[in-house]
Design a protein around this ligand. Structure first.
Ligand code: ADP
Ligand code: ZN
Ligand code: ZN
Length: 747
């Protein structure tokens, strides 16, 4: 057993190095290294192959299997204090659980600046506060510079000063600070890091809390019962039932006990609107982690969370790796959202890591959703999580029911049937807004020749090209291959080449034709590429003038659209008969989320769902009784089919540009694994290898092997063995492979 806390200088350091190899590398401590107190988590610079890398000390030992003359000495020791222990623990857990190399996991979880070896903490921080002249300046001044006035106002709320990072986190800029300083209204000073002026928190509520309704109070009270223990709760409440208000009041309680809150939200929801809701409520440093941060801002956010200065940390998936000095609660909003699972490289699920992290830290965990994942729902139903139900909307109107519209044999114009067009017209005439949901961007998903039947396929994938009009191109949504739209059929030369089916662009075009006097806003990945363009469109929409919104799931989630009273789902059928076992769960969640956009404020809403399968029992159950009824039925089906959450899965994906090399490796892996399972008498099923649902993608052949077990420990043992086998297997160097623990899709 390695002793990780040797009191005197160890002979050998086991170091995690950013590399896909699943092992530590042994080095000798250098002469500049401290004699004592080596601890796991210290960063060192070492030479590795022919490069210099930053590694992290994991073990201190007296012996190595590497011969003495081969052992290298580390080049530099970068830290006097190790990286936070809770962070290191989480990374080690993650690497183990997801069968991923520790060095690569640590690298993933560390801000770029720290990966590059930058010093961890500067010893002083810059604080800004009002000068006496600043104190005498009336509120609202300087009137011609509203941001400067807002900055002055914020500093007025913090008489002891604010650290510069906290000021920047509220979107103020250095030029604004400079401008006020040059007028003599504010001044900077340097303070040592410990005992920072912000530590005493009083009166941090910047706006009053809402009085909770009965369901909300009882949910909050349940969380409050155990604030010092692992207390996992599923906050299962319809859209608009006031889950966010509960988060806010819970955070208030956590912060007033001097603790920190970590809030995870889906990628799509980290909007200025969401952030401002938290920042409006609390006069406290709220740190937001998102992809728009610079490396320096990210380092600042990390340090302020690690030091305890940041009280509230909000971020998407990767924010789960933020170290916290005094963790008090973890909140996962929209816990069912698939963006919490990383789909390449380190394939972790942030919600699942939130569970182990809260357990390790012995703090409450609140997972909120209107449409919980079957995993979480099952744990709530079986009593592993507290099941907190909110059945009423906090505002006046009950959530709208789904009304199925049978489109079989009906004429459709741009995908819309006449009765739906009529409803849209009536809604606009009443001065309200309409949302048309269609989960397909582009103009049309298929371009085909009506003379010979030719279809525009992707050369690199088993997939059709999507026709786009803006700009006019055929685009493959799987590999992003693009080519011009042919004027005539490349097969028979006929001019009768037509788009088939409807995407957002086509729907936008049709709606503009049908309703020429009403603005149409399209919201999808293409129309919102520019930064802030989504917020700009939504701000326009929130002004409340009648309009038509066409969009993909970007529109379906999270956004509060108070003037939308009619939601139209162009086609609900995509997930009904898909082969993936989670497809129906995910499309039911999406439909329910879309429906939740209707009638959120003063006005009741309607949701019209067009379908070719109006008799489908699952769709009818969803429409008539709602998500929960369908979810319970799906759980029964999963139980009898031995699928998650009643079984645990791991998926080995193998790919290569050469089909024979991919299948050779997949077959060999399957054979070796089956033999090993038998030898160990391990009850793990091994299915395949089979071609992936889209066998050829980006010019590569994809095969997969599915492992399934009744117990996590069994799956873990089999996966660990398989990964070791693959690492040693020469054929594995000719094909790419990855192992996905708890895969979200089998594609
Ligand atoms: P959810 O997160 O469940 O979708 P929100 O927290 O966004 O719901 O609440 C929906 C709306 O109801 C918001 O406008 C919110 O301000 C309001 N609201 C929430 N709780 C209450 C309450 N107890 N009293 C009055 N309004 C409330
Ligand atoms: Zn043709
Ligand atoms: Zn392609």
């Amino acid at each position: 057993m390695p002793d990780t806390t040797l009191p005197s200088r160890p002979r050998i350091l086991g170091i995690a190095i950013p590399s896909p190899l699943r092992r530590l590398f042994d080095y000798r401590p250098g002469s500049d290294c401290p004699e004592q107190g080596w601890q796991p988590g210290v960063r060192v610079r070492v030479s590795f192959g022919n490069r210099q890398v930053v590694g992290i000390v994991i073990e201190c030992r007296n012996q190595s299997d590497v011969p003495d003359n081969k052992l290298k000495t580390i080049d530099a020791c970068l830290d006097t204090h190790p990286l936070p222990a809770d962070w290191l623990w989480l990374c080690q857990f993650t690497a183990r659980y997801y069968q991923h190399a520790l060095g690569d996991t640590l690298h993933h979880a560390l801000p770029a600046r720290l990966r590059q070896g930058q010093a961890l903490e500067t010893q002083t921080r810059e604080y800004w506060r009002l000068t006496s002249q600043g104190h005498q300046t009336p509120s609202g001044e300087p009137a011609r510079a509203p941001r400067q006035a807002a900055l002055l106002e914020m500093l007025r709320q913090h008489p002891s000063g604010l650290v510069k990072q906290a000021i920047m986190a509220q979107s103020f800029t250095q030029p604004q600070l400079n401008a006020l300083a040059s007028k003599g209204l504010i001044a900077a000073s340097q303070h040592p890091l410990t005992g920072s002026p912000e530590q005493a928190d009083n009166g941090f509520l910047a706006e009053p809390t809402l009085p909770l309704n009965r369901e909300q109070s009882s949910a909050l009270a349940t969380v409050h019962e155990q604030l010092d223990a692992f207390n996992p709760c599923l906050l299962h409440g319809v859209t608009g039932s006031g889950k966010t208000e509960i988060y806010l009041q819970l955070i208030e309680a956590i912060v007033s006990r001097g603790r920190q809150a970590l809030v995870l939200i889906p990628e799509i929801s980290l909007t200025p609107q969401t952030l401002s809701r938290f920042r409006r409520r609390f006069r406290l440093p709220v740190v937001a982690l998102h992809s728009g941060l610079s490396d320096n801002e990210r380092l600042d956010a990390w340090e302020s969370a690690a030091s305890g200065r940041a009280r509230i940390v909000i971020g998407t998936r990767s924010a789960i790796f933020t170290p916290l000095k005094r963790p008090g609660v973890i909140i996962v909003d929209e816990e069912h959202d698939s963006s919490f699972k990383q789909q390449d490289g380190l394939r972790y699920h942030a919600r699942d890591l939130a569970v182990v992290r809260a357990q390790h830290a012995e703090i409450p965990l609140v997972m909120g959703s209107a449409t919980p994942s079957l995993e979480s729902l099952q744990r709530a139903l079986s009593g592993h999580y507290r099941h907190l139900r909110l059945t009423q909307r906090a505002t006046r109107h009950a959530p709208a029911k789904l009304e199925l519209v049978d489109i079989r044999g009906r004429v459709r114009h741009g995908g819309l049937t006449p009765p739906v067009q009529k409803q849209i017209a009536a809604t606009i005439a009443a001065g309200h807004q309409v949302l048309v949901f269609i989960n397909r961007r582009g103009f049309s998903p298929t371009l085909s020749c009506h003379t010979c039947g030719w279809i525009a396929d992707c050369e690199h994938c088993d997939a059709r090209m999507t026709l786009h009009r803006q700009p006019p191109l055929l685009v493959c949504h799987h590999c992003d291959h693009r080519r011009p739209q042919p004027a005539t059929c490349p097969n028979c030369g006929s001019g009768d080449v037509r788009p088939q089916g409807t995407g957002t662009e086509r729907s936008e075009e049709t709606l503009a034709e049908l309703f020429p006097d009403t603005p149409v806003h399209r919201i999808d990945r293409d129309s919102t590429r520019r930064r802030d363009s989504l917020e700009q469109i939504l701000n326009e929409v929130r002004r409340g003038e009648p309009c038509l919104l066409v969009g993909t799931q970007m529109l379906a989630k999270g956004h509060h659209l108070p003037h939308v009273t009619l939601v139209v789902v162009l086609n609900a059928d995509a997930g009904l008969y898909a082969s993936d076992f989670r497809a129906l769960e995910h499309s039911a969640q999406l439909l329910e989320q879309v429906a939740g956009r209707a009638g959120r404020a003063e006005l009741p809403g309607r949701v019209l769902v067009q379908t070719l399968h109006a008799d489908d029992p699952n769709l009818r159950l969803l429409a008539n009784e709602g998500y929960n009824a369908l979810a319970e039925q799906l759980l029964e089906e999963r139980r009898s089919a031995a699928l998650p959450p009643f079984r645990f899965l791991a998926l080995l994906r193998v790919e290569s540009p050469r089909e024979d090399q991919a299948s050779e490796l997949a077959e060999a892996a399957a054979g070796a694994l089956r033999q090993q399972l038998q030898h160990r008498e391990l009850p793990v099923d091994c299915l395949g290898p089979v071609p992936a649902p889209m066998e050829r993608r980006q010019g590569r052949y994809h095969l997969q092997l599915l492992l399934s077990a009744a117990k996590r420990s069994q799956l873990h043992e089999a996966s660990a063995w398989l990964v070791t086998w693959l690492e040693a297997e020469p054929r594995a160097r000719r094909a790419r492979w990855s192992l996905d623990i708890d895969p979200q899709t089998l594609s």
